[in-house]
Design a protein around this ligand. Structure first.
Ligand code: IPD
Ligand code: CA
Ligand code: CA
Length: 266
């Protein structure tokens, strides 16, 4: 294992323990928007991860959700979500994680997603496969959308924007076996990687939601594109990820509803 992944795993485990402790002793919640929360646990987790990564790699660049940006002249960029699933965390719904991805010249080379509630650590390095607690994982073998369990999420501007994923959600609800909206994009991708989910779509995501998860899916034999089947781009925030086998069927559904919007109250 590379020293990059080793540090990512150490940081994720340390942050996971901190977050579990916060669940036990209590934390404060603030609103970033109408439905977008942040807690002091998010911020403390980010500070701890930054400290662990910078102690080892002081010259690397770093970008994290709660504001830490350090742009240095380095080919390496760490992209960190210190707590993915903050709404779940705030409600003590134990589906949240820490996500740490590393890009080299814009290409994902290492990543890990850690869910301390289940002590599940998903890891991947470019060209080396994907693992759950050290055991190799692979995407599912479902061949039909009608037999597929899918995951998705909704953007924080769901109340204000007609591009809110409700049309797509309705279309998949009647074409897939079932859909789960569990509330953590990084875990959704990790679960596609290990075959618990057969496919996942979402948009308006940020780089820290997906930097680690997309590498997990790719290394587990899955596919990641945008909603048109084109090359996925970490900055567009539009992701379609699957076990490959149901990818075209998922693209067809997205194509069918493109440009059609369902707004709240209709
Ligand atoms: C959110 C979660 C959620 C997804 C949102 C994300 P946060 O991240 O991943 O599942 O639907 O788009 O912003 O705010 O909990 O870190
Ligand atoms: Ca997130
Ligand atoms: Ca977050």
């Amino acid at each position: 294992m590379s020293e990059f992944l080793d540090i990512a795993m150490r940081a994720a485990r340390a942050a996971g323990s901190l977050l579990l402790e916060k669940q036990r002793v209590g934390f404060s919640v603030e609103k970033k928007g109408d439905v977008d929360l942040v807690t002091n646990a998010d911020r403390e987790s980010e500070a701890l991860i930054r400290k662990i990564i910078f102690e080892k790699f002081p010259d690397h660049s770093f970008q994290a959700e709660e504001g830490t940006v350090s742009t240095q002249k380095s080919p390496y960029l760490w992209i960190v979500d210190p707590l993915d699933g903050t709404t779940n965390f705030a409600h003590s719904f134990p589906v949240w994680c820490v996500s740490i991805g590393l890009l080299q010249n814009g290409i994902s080379i290492a990543g890990c997603v850690y869910n301390p509630n289940l002590d599940e650590l998903f890891t991947a390095e470019w060209g080396e496969g994907a693992f759950l607690n050290g055991k190799k994982i692979a995407v599912s073998k479902a061949t039909k959308l009608s037999e597929a369990l899918l995951a998705t999420g909704f953007p924080y501007d769901i109340r204000d924007s007609n591009k809110n994923n409700l049309t797509e959600f309705s279309a998949f609800a009647i074409s897939a076996q079932a859909i789960r909206r569990a509330g953590s994009a990084a875990l959704d991708l990790a679960y596609v990687a290990c075959g618990r989910f057969d496919g996942y779509w979402e948009f308006k995501l940020r780089p820290w939601d997906i930097a680690a998860g997309v590498l997990l899916v790719a290394e587990a034999g899955g596919k990641i594109t945008d909603w048109s089947g084109e090359k996925y781009d970490i900055d567009t925030g539009e992701v379609l990820s699957s076990n490959v086998l149901i990818h075209d069927e998922m693209l067809d559904v997205l194509k069918k509803v493109r440009g059609r919007y369902l707004t709240v109250g209709e």
